[in-house]
Design a protein around this ligand. Sequence first.
Ligand code: CAA
Length: 382
Amino acid sequence: MFNLELSETHQMIRDTARQFAQDEIAPSTIERDKNGEFPTDIIKKLGELGFMGMMVSPDWGGSGLDALSYVLAMEEISAVDASVGVVMSVNNSLVNWGLDTYGTDQQKEKFLTPLAQGLVHGAFCLSEPEAGSDATQQTTTAEQVDGGWVLNGTKNWITNGTTASTYLVMAQTNRELKHKGITCFIIDRNTPGFEPGLKEDKMGIRSSDTCSIGLTNVFVPNENILGGVGMGFKIAMESLNGGRIGIAAQALGIAKGASEAAIRYSTQRKAFGKPISDLQAIQLKLADMATKVEAARLLVYRAAWMKDQHLNYIKAAAQAKLMASKVAVDVALEAIQTHGGYGYVREYLVERYLRDAKITEIYEGTSEIQHIVIARELLKEL
Ligand code: CAA
């Protein structure tokens, strides 16, 4: 039975994340959003706090916490700055998880430990120019040579792409086997032929970096295959199940941040001789926003709880992401409306919430893909 009671550890993690976000992230959020500047120092400090390897065992440099702790931290960090949230999420959910679950001890020692300690961060390379939602259609190839493989192709929309040190790259090792012929390679950034492109100029999460990556005759030794030849698509899909919980928590944080900004503003702004929070038209908005945030929160915490209980959480994760991302966009829009003209200018925070919210309906599986995942799981339950 789903139990929402937070333990003392959970509460401490939430409070620590909230304080850190206020003290260390908030002061530079607006400036970094404007300049598109990567939060290098903040990520380093998040590493010191143990937030870059939250669910990894202390044996491999992590904090050994559960998924619920992770979403609590993600929510608080993203409520202040969703760009910082996504750097943390990709590292924890899409890179650490795969290495922790499928890595050999040597791979964990070499790659996972520095990632979990936050000394470096990672990127996950599945999407391609012609393979986004239809992820089985990988065209990046890996040809076997003496001692390893040679990769050629292009990856797109890679979060942390220009700043990461360790990349998990999916490539086709046997086209005839279709998705069962996809393999996951661990690639060090400095490998010859591995070339991150220019940072994309994005609408939102502007302080995080996203780029395409070219691979030209990139040699990867056999020992850098993760989970075995042909395991890449399975690793990618399983990683994304957990990743969707992380992005759902990011979206929840955005919605919480926007809703709280609207509540605060409504008590300060006066119209018709009183604070606008006294007006029923505004109260309706505040009540709707808060209710949507709570509904999203229940789904997000439940998905994390199911993961922690080792239950099948594929549907729960997709539902959490579908709902929380929609709530983030809806609430950000209403928060702008509550601010009136002030909501439409950069000086006030709420327009950034909307720009940041939109991507949560797109990356780590669009809302349309979440519908497919949910429907397929429902039909399996028959
Ligand atoms: N969990 C585990 N396994 C899954 C799965 C899931 N959620 N979804 C599919 N699979 C498995 C299936 O069981 C099947 O395995 P078997 O053949 O062994 O049975 C295999 O994957 C292929 O599945 P389908 O036959 O259902 O393939 P499909 O082409 O009909 O559908 C899809 C696959 C669900 C649409 C999948 O392509 C998908 O999830 N697409 C979205 C990809 C995505 O989320 N991309 C985001 C990239 S990361 C990112 O955003 C960048 C970033 O840096 C943040």
